[in-house]
Design a protein around this ligand. Structure first.
Ligand code: SF4
Ligand code: SF4
Length: 477
């Protein structure tokens, strides 16, 4: 039978209160946008080479870019229409250059003309890792997750045969992230079969599902449905942020440490989320390529917070308009602790964009001059006193950065047992040797140290900078 573990958690981390603007209600279907922008670097891996030209007509799911010799996953058309641009642009999350393909949808009345996946007939349990891996790769599913999903193609740092355990992260602890929860509620059947598909794709390994203990009915249902599957382990977890992060999940469930800066595949482990499990089902059973993803759209500035299936490449401006952004607000792609601020309404939703959060921007000029729209520094979210039962989160920062008062809060909250202030100071001094001694690459960039710091020191940004310098130095050597 499915084996259920005892309630587990980890040291450090943070519980967040219920917030105003939390996405809820049934999963919504976002409309097909008139235009999508598809960066070729999306999710894990390098960018594949474009295979289409300007003026070419494409069907939904058709391959736009593919390079089997690179560590990459194909990029697919997310609508039926025409290629109108193939040019250098920037990735919306990291600001680094990447080729972007822009598609214009067919005129109204729009109808998807699908390019279905090549999927054999019969029971997928007989197909084996080779065939299942091919389908997942061609469906564009393998770029999800921090380190991709292993297949016979070059989609992850290890081959499927090197994997002994799959961990499914079904705990969403970062504020406003509710997409996986919505998928579990509404696509439960797909999730159950998706688990079997991924297990078969990795050569019949053991599968661990980490679920928030606040979802007892989902746990009970899974336990009942998987009664005769002794490869499945269910773990009720405290929904404390950042429980779902690969390193933290592995430590909590398997009690193993991922070596600093190394992928979990070094331990023979792969981590994925609910989205990947459901997308695997849709690819293998429905022959449906991954052309959309569930995005949690919320925040104190959103009039209609929802979880919606959004076509990849949809400009964030379209979503803000549709779901009622009540500016002025700071718009963040990803959660408020780890996401990136975007100021360009054309910035697209990519495979890794789990959330779109719009937080009220305070009106006082003293607040915005120092920190307004600081990319990547969104951990400076303040939680204000509750209105009713929920709290309101804004980007309000009372005053600017002050000197460190050595309170130790950043050390206490760090789930990786690091010394964030020492890391940031070593980076500031350019003492990269010291930063490496302090195991800077064990930092999982959860942003909690910046969030908690009473002096408003942007520790994460300092740590990220130091990491970048060390990587550049290594490349030069
Ligand atoms: S040092 Fe890294 S892992 Fe630790 S709290 Fe800060 S961002 Fe998170
Ligand atoms: S939380 Fe801020 S003030 Fe406190 S020790 Fe860390 S850096 Fe210094």
């Amino acid at each position: 039978m499915a084996i259920v573990g005892t309630l587990k958690t980890f040291k450090g981390g943070r519980y967040f209160p219920r917030l105003q603007g939390l996405p809820r209600g049934p999963l919504r279907e976002g409309p097909v946008p008139p235009r999508v922008h598809l960066p070729l670097r999306q999710g894990f891996g390098e960018e594949p080479d474009p295979l289409v030209e300007v003026g070419q007509r494409v069907r939904t799911g058709e391959v736009l870019a593919r390079s089997d010799e690179k560590i990459s996953t194909p990029v697919l058309a997310s609508l039926t229409g025409t290629v109108v641009r193939v040019e250098e642009g920037v990735h919306p999350l990291d600001g680094e250059p990447t080729t972007v393909i822009t598609l214009e949808a067919d005129p109204e009345p729009y109808r998807d003309d699908w390019a279905p996946l090549d999927v054999p007939r019969g029971n997928f349990e007989r197909w084996g890792p080779e065939e299942l891996g091919r389908i997942l790769y061609e469906a564009g599913v393998t770029a999800l997750g921090k380190w991709g999903f292993p297949t016979p193609f070059r989609t992850a740092p290890a081959e499927p045969s090197a994997i002994r355990a799959l961990l499914v992260n079904a705990v969403e602890a970062e504020p406003y992230l509710r997409g996986d929860r919505a998928l579990l509620f509404e696509e439960f059947e797909k999730f159950v079969t998706g688990l079997k598909i991924l297990k078969s794709a990795l050569g019949n390994i053991e599968v661990h599902v980490g679920l928030g203990y606040d979802l007892p009915h989902v746990l009970e249902e899974l336990e009942a449905r998987m009664e005769y599957h002794d490869w499945l382990y269910l773990h009720p977890l405290l929904p404390k942020y950042p429980q779902g992060e690969d390193e933290v999940l592995i430590k909590t469930i398997l009690n193993e440490e991922v070596p600093a800066g190394r992928p979990p595949t070094d331990l023979g482990v792969v981590v994925c989320d609910v989205q990947l499990v459901v997308a695997a089902y849709e690819a293998v059973v429905e022959a449906r390529p991954m052309v959309d993803r569930v995005v949690s759209i919320g925040g104190s500035a959103m009039a209609q917070p929802v979880n919606a299936r959004v076509r990849l490449g949809t400009p964030v401006g379209d979503l803000l308009e549709q779901f009622g952004n009540q500016g002025p607000s700071r718009v963040i792609v990803g959660g408020p602790l780890r996401g990136s601020s975007v100021t360009d309404v054309d910035a697209p939703i990519t495979r890794e964009a789990r959330a779109l959060v719009a937080l009220e921007e305070p009106r006082s000029p003293s607040v915005t001059t120092r920190w307004g729209f600081l990319p990547g520094a969104d951990s400076h979210v303040r939680l204000l006193p509750p209105f009713g039962r929920e709290k309101r989160a804004t980007t309000a920062l009372v005053g600017g950065t002050k000197p460190c008062i050595r309170c130790g809060d950043c050390v206490d909250i760090c789930p990786q047992n690091l010394f964030p202030i020492e890391l940031a100071e070593a980076g500031e001094r350019g003492d990269l040797e010291r930063a490496e001694e302090l195991t800077i690459f064990a930092c999982i960039e959860c942003g909690l140290c910046s969030y908690i710091c009473p002096s408003k020191i942007d520790l994460l940004e300092g740590i990220r900078k130091a990491k970048r310098w060390i990587r550049e130095e290594r490349l030069e050597d």
